[in-house]
Ligand binder design. Structure first.
Ligand SMILES: Cc1cc2nc3c(=O)[nH]c(=O)nc-3n(C[C@H](O)[C@H](O)[C@H](O)COP(=O)(O)OP(=O)(O)OC[C@H]3O[C@@H](n4cnc5c(N)ncnc54)[C@H](O)[C@@H]3O)c2cc1C
Length: 297
């Protein structure tokens, strides 16, 4: 997103250290109820323009990597009221800007994200005009630029994790003996192995299609929604079957499967819950059918 939208000064200050791996960033959008969640238009954090720049006030939570981040990308309302579409702006702020407070790590199922998932307060945070990323009131448009590739990198990571879980389980059932046979030769185990292979192949195909569209410069909103929704659910199924095939060992700390099952579950919620993606996919399909019907009349 920074590569696409930031100006040269912002790229130098924020993107270059990020790309070098010197700092981490955190993207601060989600708020406790009644603020922004699945429905971003509920955005309640405000930025008001005054002397010396913009003053930002609000509360965010589930902000991944906030603890120890070098800077924040803060989504704040610059016009309109919560519940209204549009009116959001993204601001770049170094983490040590006065008024930014990482209050706590929220305990979640997953544990692997560096910097946790945090509750963060923005109390009278003063940032200069130069902190505006892109144009004022265009924040929701820019969020779409971020979301497609971000979703696909999550799919890549969790597909790799699921593949690893599957490999561990297949290696186990290939050797483990029971009932005069090896587990991997029993029909119900074979079904789980085959279903995992199918879910892995289908996820990879949808991921490749969506990335191909992104590489062509398209927004790929539908393709990334389809790939993300399928992948988040398939990856959970793959890891869950892998746990099952390994029996008691599967839920133990001796194999990576129990940990993987905790890590992949939240993916069905962040970067758009499955229900919201299904809703968007269906709206596009129904809308296209209506347009086709009108064009034919
Ligand atoms: C591990 C993790 C990391 C996260 N990292 C970040 C981050 O770095 N930055 C950030 O800003 N946010 C982050 N989030 C927040 C995440 O984006 C939100 O949790 C998500 O958008 C859902 O919002 P919500 O939790 O407020 O749920 P709600 O909006 O309250 O939705 C609750 C449930 O209602 C259902 N639902 C919602 N809308 C619809 C609909 N239209 N139709 C049918 N059902 C619906 C869904 O099942 C949904 O799960 C993270 C969350 C998690 C769990």
């Amino acid at each position: 997103m920074l590569a696409h939208i930031a100006n040269p000064e912002q790229k130098q200050q924020f993107l270059e250290p990020l790309a070098r791996g010197d700092v981490r960033s955190a993207f601060a959008m989600t708020e406790p109820a009644p603020g922004a969640g699945s429905d971003p238009s509920a955005l309640a954090t405000r930025a008001v323009r005054g002397e010396g720049g913009w003053r930002i006030n609000g509360q965010k939570w589930f902000i991944t990597g906030a603890d120890g981040a070098g800077f924040f990308i803060i989504m704040a309302r610059t016009s309109g009221e919560p519940g209204q579409r549009g009116g959001a702006t993204m601001f770049l702020a170094p983490a040590d800007t006065p008024g930014i407070r990482v209050e706590r790590h929220i305990e979640t199922l997953d544990r692997s994200m560096i910097g946790g998932h945090c509750e963060v307060f923005f109390d009278d945070v003063l940032v200069p005009d130069s902190a505006v990323l892109g144009a004022v009131d265009r924040g929701f448009d820019y969020a779409q630029v971020r979301l497609g590739p971000a979703r696909m990198t999550h799919v890549m990571r969790w597909l790799g994790a699921a593949r690893r879980g599957h490999d561990v389980a297949v290696a186990h059932v290939a050797e483990r003996q029971g009932f005069g046979s090896r587990l991997g030769d029993l029909g119900m185990i074979q079904k789980m192995v085959a279903d995992n292979e199918i879910d892995i192949a289908a996820t990879r195909a949808l991921l490749t299609q969506a990335c191909w569209e992104l590489d062509r410069g398209e927004t790929a909103a539908n393709a990334t929604s389809i790939a993300k929704t399928f992948a988040a659910e398939a990856i959970f199924r793959i890891v869950d079957r892998s746990v099952q095939m390994c029996g008691g060992l599967g839920v133990s700390g001796d194999l990576p499967l129990a940990r993987l099952s905790r890590e992949v579950r939240p993916f069905r919620i962040y970067d758009g819950p499955s229900e919201v993606h299904r809703w968007a996919i269906a709206k596009r399909a129904v809308g296209a059918a209506r347009r086709a019907r009108r064009a034919a009349e």
